[in-house]
Write a protein that binds this ligand. Structure first.
Ligand SMILES: Nc1nc2c(c(=O)[nH]1)N[C@H]1C(S)=C(S)[C@@H](COP(=O)(O)O)O[C@H]1N2
Ligand SMILES: [Mo]
Length: 312
């Protein structure tokens, strides 16, 4: 509703609407009980969104060994099981999924728990663009210019207590607009993922807010998702509404559903086959080109020290 009001207002401004139409609109607003145009303005400003932050400056430190995936492919071939298992249909099913307004609650073992409006959260930390490899556990892979901010920035602000050892993240639960939740009751919704605190503090770990120099499309997990490039795609949880710091290791959706296939860590590892397929090769979308899968998806120098072996 707020979005509609704002849009009507913007259109009226850009069309340099006639004074008469303006006054009749104002009368209409007053009739609805608004305290006149002055009362409306702060609300309109609040609903500004974050589109003006894009494109963010690219961080030159993170380079690729492969071409960036076509934007039309990366934004129309999705895993988002709350909607459907059909990767090519997610994009057509997100119309009724509203992402404004959106709150993100940070709770648990932190000194500064807080519920953020997501636009405020996104404005709080400098955004940057990074080119990362992305590898789904099903073997398909892409390369994406993500926009976001380091998880460490938010973690420092909320200030975990010494007992905090894990960071749990939860996706929004809206069965009324997410038919996959209803048709797949065997999964333990809402979608949950988690990292150790050390993993979340690693410089590679981002809260993603955009891709290809624009805000995230809904099918890719708007308005806030995890980007953990050394792990399989399933750890990159979408459309986050809650972040909780815990002492105990949180159960995660895929690991709980099929622990023999999807490890809690789910680090990319070409030497550990999935029970039903090899993990030796990346299959690039959309070309089908095969490339050897890299240990930790090629981020070994950043993350190997986090692990004793290559944790499953
Ligand atoms: N909430 C939620 N997050 C999710 C998923 C999901 O089904 N629901 N799928 C995961 C999997 S398996 C992958 S491969 C990536 C896909 O991200 P993309 O559609 O942006 O490529 O999202 C991950 N995050
Ligand atoms: Mo995946």
């Amino acid at each position: 509703m707020l979005t509609r009001v704002r849009k009507a207002w913007e259109i009226a401004e850009s069309n340099a609407i006639s004074e008469r139409a303006y006054f009749s609109r104002r009368k209409w607003m007053q009739a609805l009980g608004f305290a006149g145009a002055a009362g409306l303005l702060p609300q309109a400003l609040q609903a500004k969104g974050t589109a003006d932050l894009y494109p963010a400056k690219r961080n030159a430190k993170y380079t690729l060994d492969r071409p960036v995936t076509d934007e039309r492919v990366a934004t129309a071939y999705n895993n988002f099981y709350e909607f459907t298992l059909d990767k090519q249909r997610v994009v057509d099913m997100v119309d009724r999924f509203e992402i404004d307004p959106w709150k993100v609650k940070v709770k648990g073992l932190v000194n500064n728990p807080k519920t953020y409006d997501v636009d405020d959260l996104i404005r709080r930390f400098p955004l940057e663009e990074r080119l990362y490899r992305f590898r789904c556990v099903e073997t398909w892979a892409m390369a994406v210019p993500w926009t976001g901010f380091p998880m460490s920035a938010l973690i420092r602000e909320v200030d975990p207590q010494p007992a905090a050892r894990f960071m749990k993240m939860v996706t929004v639960f809206r069965p009324e607009v997410m038919p996959g939740i209803v048709s797949q009751p065997h999964y333990d919704w809402p979608y949950v993922e988690a990292l150790t605190l050390e993993e979340a503090m690693n410089e590679l770990a981002l809260f993603g807010t955009g891709m290809f120099g624009k805000p995230l499309p809904k099918q890719n997990g708007a308005p806030l998702r995890a980007i953990i490039p050394w792990k399989y795609g399933l750890k990159n949880i979408k459309s986050i509404v809650q972040i909780e710091f815990t002492k105990k290791r949180p159960a995660t959706l895929w690991n709980k559903a099929v622990p023999s296939e999807y490890g809690w860590y789910s680090n990319v590892n070409p030497r550990r086959p999935h029970p039903r397929w090899s993990q030796a090769m990346d299959r690039m979308i959309p070309t089908g080109e095969l490339r050897p899968t890299l240990l930790y998806n090629g981020y070994e120098q950043h993350v190997a020290e986090l692990y004793k072996g290559n944790e499953f």
